[in-house]
Design a protein around this ligand. Structure first.
Ligand code: E4P
Length: 215
């Protein structure tokens, strides 16, 4: 499974890239606002430090505006793909942008039917939001299984990004289902590394090593 980081923070991106595990970056308007910058500036900066796909979200609500913004965002760097929130207008824009070779990440996907439409319109990625489905009392990762199954049935090459990841169990479930990509917040990536038995084991090895040196 490819691992993307879900952040617009440059230090976090650099750190995770240094681990040798980074396959992509997703941003959204809320993540960009947290950094006190704007999408164009920040995705350009990200493209300057990592050589992986980067999602940048367009803010227009009509197809014409999305197409214009999408072309502008994609022209910043060859690694930039355009995030469009699911809607009829976004489907129209996806058709045009994908026809021009610009990758679209259809975001705010909350049902498998939305994912099917996005794939048919030519989206390169679909992003089902797992955590936000959990928030309303649903079993969030179920949508991943459904979308993966539909794409497999019909041979779509659209990649499924497990988004709105809230913890390591979401990552485990996405990977177990064969999800193409998970976009993971920095704190969850840290949680994935650590295990109390690993820490305990390291401490014990150090203690035994020190003892054996004294002999
Ligand atoms: C996906 O690309 C989105 O940026 C993200 O996963 C949103 O997740 P949230 O529900 O934590 O805001």
């Amino acid at each position: 499974m490819k691992i993307f980081i879900d952040t617009a923070n440059l230090d976090m991106i650099k750190e995770i890239n240094s681990w040798g595990i980074l396959d992509g970056v997703t941003t959204n308007p809320s993540l960009i606002a947290k950094e006190g910058t704007d999408t164009r500036t920040r995705v350009k900066e990200i493209a300057g430090i990592v050589d992986v796909p980067i999602s940048a979200e367009a803010m227009s609500l009509d197809a014409e505006g999305m197409i214009k913004e999408g072309r502008e965002l994609a022209s910043i760097h060859e690694n930039i793909n355009v995030k469009l929130p699911m809607s009829i207008e976004a489907l129209k824009a996806t058709k045009v942008l994908s026809g021009e070779g610009i990758d679209v990440n259809m975001t705010l996907i909350f049902s498998p039917q939305q994912a099917l439409l996005a794939a048919k319109a030519g989206a390169r990625y679909v992003s089902p939001f797992v955590g936000r489905l959990d928030d309303i009392g649903l079993y969030g990762t179920e949508i991943l299984e459904q979308v993966i199954g539909i794409f497999f049935n019909y041979g779509f090459d659209t990649e499924v990004i497990a988004a709105s990841i809230r913890g390591p169990v979401h990552v485990l479930e996405a990977a177990s289902m064969g999800c193409d990509i998970a976009t993971i917040p920095y704190n969850v990536l840290l949680q994935m590394v650590s295990h109390p038995k690993t820490d305990e084991g390291i401490q014990n090895f150090i203690k035994d090593y020190e003892k054996s040196k004294k002999k």
